[in-house]
Design a protein around this ligand. Structure first.
Ligand SMILES: Nc1ncnc2c1ncn2[C@@H]1O[C@H](COP(=O)(O)OP(=O)(O)OP(=O)(O)O)[C@@H](O)[C@H]1O
Length: 271
């Protein structure tokens, strides 16, 4: 299933938060949305999972405008893990994961044997089986994040929209989640802050700055020192993974630290 953002714009408070964005995610591919804080990543993703209506432009699913689909129908195709994904109810992990079946539910029918097996598989895949009976209110940030990914998978979507899915995850769970996504065959659009994880996981990277798309291409095409300096204001050295060839950014903290601390006290003062 192909996901396309076509001339997508969102305006609020008299300014463009997202400005005529054009992004295509081919079937089974992963596109990473990167950019500084406030550049419009979450706003663009909200239009895809229909939490926000674009001011103009459209989101297309295999060429069909999402707004022509009933929310329940688009929810069968698109699952989202968002900054707003709530787990504030006193549900167990197992119950929250099962909620992923809601768009497929027929009335109040209990889950079928196949659906229960699907929930078990997703919990195993996300390493949360041991938490099945725990209240989600008691989970750590990373555990909760993994439960939400399991819930999204149970939805059996063909498109996954993820806003910072590696937030709170330790390095093992970051790597496991992104390598799972790579092998999943799902069409994935994901906002990521970690440019090295984006380079390792994504087929293509789209770079946002002040609501506009400033670069798009393979990680090697996009993640150049010039682009990173221009968009993020940071000096990097780019090396390449010895086996995959993926670019890897090395940050020079001594080069950026002084200007990043405008109110730094004079040298020699210690608190
Ligand atoms: N409803 C709104 N009204 C006014 N401004 C908004 C609204 N929603 C978001 N913004 C602003 O739009 C800009 C883009 O926000 P958005 O959350 O999309 O950025 P982001 O790239 O996801 O940032 P981050 O990396 O910090 O998560 C920000 O400056 C934000 O303050």
């Amino acid at each position: 299933m192909v996901l396309s953002l076509r001339d997508l714009s969102v305006e609020a408070a008299g300014r463009a938060l997202v400005d005529r964005l054009n992004i295509d995610v081919q079937a089974g591919r992963i596109v990473g949305l990167v950019g500084p804080n406030g550049s419009g990543k979450s706003t663009a993703l909200r239009c895809v999972y229909r939490a926000l209506r674009p001011t103009s432009g459209a989101v297309l699913l295999d060429g069909t405008d999402l707004t022509s689909l009933k929310p329940r129908d688009s929810a069968r195709s698109i699952a989202a893990l968002t900054q707003e994904s709530q787990t504030e109810l006193d549900f167990t992990v197992e119950e929250v994961v099962a909620l992923g079946r809601a768009p497929h539910a027929r009335g109040n029918h209990p889950l079928t044997a196949r659906e229960r097996a699907l929930c078990r598989q997703s919990m195993e895949r996300l390493d949360v089986t041991h938490l099945a009976d725990r209240s989600v209110l008691t989970l750590s940030g990373g555990e909760r994040q993994r439960v939400l990914v399991a819930r999204a998978l149970v939805q059996e979507p063909r498109v996954l929209v993820l806003d910072e899915p590696t937030n709170h995850l330790d390095v093992r769970h970051q790597v496991e989640l992104l390598s799972f996504l790579r092998g999943s065959g799902l069409t994935v659009l994901t906002a990521l802050h970690d440019l090295n994880l984006a380079a390792a996981a994504c087929d293509r990277i789209a770079v946002l700055s002040s609501g506009s798309l400033v670069a798009t291409g393979s990680p090697a095409e996009v993640l150049t020192p010039e682009l990173v300096r221009k968009v993020f204001g940071v000096d990097v050295t780019v090396v390449h993974h010895p086996r995959t060839g993926a670019p890897h950014l090395i940050y020079d903290l001594t080069a950026t630290a002084p200007s990043a601390l405008p109110d730094a006290p004079p040298e020699g003062r210690h608190s």
